[in-house]
Design a protein around this ligand. Structure first.
Ligand code: FAD
Ligand code: NAD
Length: 405
């Protein structure tokens, strides 16, 4: 009998969890497993703010996919997914087509611009290794150029961050540490640099514990960050951004660097493939299957699951993507072995830690609030745990964060 083809799209947190769990759970004779990813490396999406600010080299946030897969069981294909044809049970890649019996879509997120004019052209987003490197190099270039111009252009030293969600705040924490280093490196007066964060909601980190939000904002303000709360970005231009506060107050903020960190949507492949979706995320069954497609599993940032306690979607996080990956592997292994009863997903929320640079953070872990160096320590534990879950102790030793104090 022909072995079933299991195709996993995306080697991020969700996809790699599925691949590494399936290679343990299934024997070579039970299935052909294919893992497709744009690059031959995995990157830690949760560390991209560090690479973007330049506080961590981009090579430190990635590792070879071949180092965590068992090549006797998993065939890795480096290619870009264009579309899923669920009717014909095949995936269209840039270079080939791939037939599947079971499919896992784990292609992660893209930046959500809400159709705001100019963002695609003039703003950066923290969404993959290459974009992170571009942000770092762009900021360095502005600092390096500043002195060499006859007429000083102070907008080169202005960095606007759009959105004070977790990504925006974590990036600001890194920037606040990086700017003094850049000033020293490029002979720039620190007082000339401005880091401005524009947040549309009435508070930074909307919905997070107010005491922790206060701590985070005061900490960042002390390090030179200027917050414009209740202010929305309306347009990005070659000179900077246009913001609006309330009904009538419109202002232009001139800045040579604008980083848009104000939200994500599921990968565009989801909508290209005709799956019914909300902002690129498919509301999956509790078994993680796509509605109407029992052979297609969608996990991570491309999926949407409702937290029934509050009747709102769970925020897309690495934590949930990895837990979904584990269950997805279990359910696919069950199907391969002819079982019909699949397990349902329940999220085990271990908490949230938001870093404020290397030495500080705020968080709620197992229901307890933590701040300062304790929280920063915990953040590194969380980062190392993700490595451990996918690549075991060897990967932690190679790529882990051990600068605890
Ligand atoms: P990803 O891990 O992003 O992986 C998607 C993979 O698909 C990538 O390898 C990508 O290259 C590949 N891919 C994409 N498109 C294609 C294509 N067309 N063809 C082939 N391959 C493709 N969450 C937390 O829980 N804790 C945190 O501390 C945290 N911090 C974050 C910090 C930042 C700066 C950001 C941006 C996010 C953070 N998140 C955090 C959210 C978390 O990173 C995401 O929820 C998580 O990465 C989702 O996992 P995933 O498997 O769905 O996608
Ligand atoms: P988000 O949606 O959580 O936050 C976006 C922020 O941008 C919001 O505060 C929103 O009010 C603001 N915003 C939207 N439109 C705006 C506009 N026009 N002008 C100004 N502000 C605007 O997005 P994110 O921060 O990118 O996070 C994405 C996901 O990744 C979330 O689920 C988050 O929980 C997760 N994440 C987690 C961590 C962590 O756990 N440490 C870190 C980063 C990201």
């Amino acid at each position: 009998m022909k072995k079933p083809n299991i195709v996993i799209l995306g080697a991020g947190y969700g996809g790699l969890m599925v691949a590494t769990r399936l290679q343990k759970q299934l024997g070579v004779n039970e299935a052909e497993i294919f893992l497709v990813n744009k690059h031959d490396y995995h990157y830690e999406t949760t560390w991209l703010h560090e690479a973007s600010a330049g506080t961590l080299h981009h090579d430190k946030v990635r590792y070879d996919i071949s180092s965590v897969i068992d090549r006797n069981k998993v065939t890795f294909i480096q290619d870009s997914v264009q579309k899923v044809n669920a009717e014909e049970k095949k995936v269209i890649l840039e270079g080939q087509e791939l037939a599947y019996d079971y499919l896992v879509v784990a292609l992660g997120a893209e930046s959500e611009t809400f159709g705001i004019q100019g963002l695609n052209e003039y703003a950066f987003s923290i969404s993959n290794v290459n974009k992170a490197r571009q942000i770092r190099e762009h900021i360095e270039y502005q600092f390096a150029t500043y002195h060499n111009e006859e007429e000083k252009d102070d907008t080169r030293l202005r960095i606007v961050v759009g959105g004070a969600g977790f990504t925006g705040i974590e990036f600001l924490g890194e920037l606040a540490n990086r700017v003094p280093e850049l000033c020293k490196e490029y002979d720039v007066d620190y007082h000339k640099v401005k880091i401005i964060c524009v947040e549309a909601a009435p508070s930074a980190l909307p919905g997070f514990d107010p005491e922790l939000v206060d701590y985070a904002m005061s900490y960042l303000e002390r390090k030179g960050v200027e917050f414009r709360i209740g202010t929305a970005i309306k347009e990005a231009t070659p000179e900077g951004i246009i913001v609006a506060k309330g009904e009538n107050e419109v202002e232009e903020i001139k800045a040579k660097t604008v980083v848009w960190a104000a939200g994500v949507r599921g990968n565009s492949v989801i909508e290209e493939s005709g799956f019914e979706a909300m902002r690129g995320r498919v509301k999956v069954e509790k078994t993680l299957q796509a509605p109407g497609h029992s052979d297609v599993f969608i996990i991570g940032d491309c999926s949407l699951m409702i937290n029934e306690e509050i009747n709102r979607p769970y925020p897309p996080t690495a934590q949930i993507a990895m837990q979904q990956g584990e269950l997805c592997a279990k359910n696919i292994a069950a199907l391969v072995r002819g079982k019909e009863q699949l397990e349902e997903f329940t999220f085990d929320n271990k908490g949230t830690v938001c870093s404020l640079g290397e030495d500080d953070a705020v968080g709620i872990v197992f229901g307890k609030k933590i701040v300062g160096s304790k929280a920063a320590f915990m953040k590194k534990v969380v980062d190392n745990r993700a490595l451990y879950m996918i690549g075991g102790p060897g990967l932690v030793l190679k790529k882990g964060k051990f600068n605890f104090f």
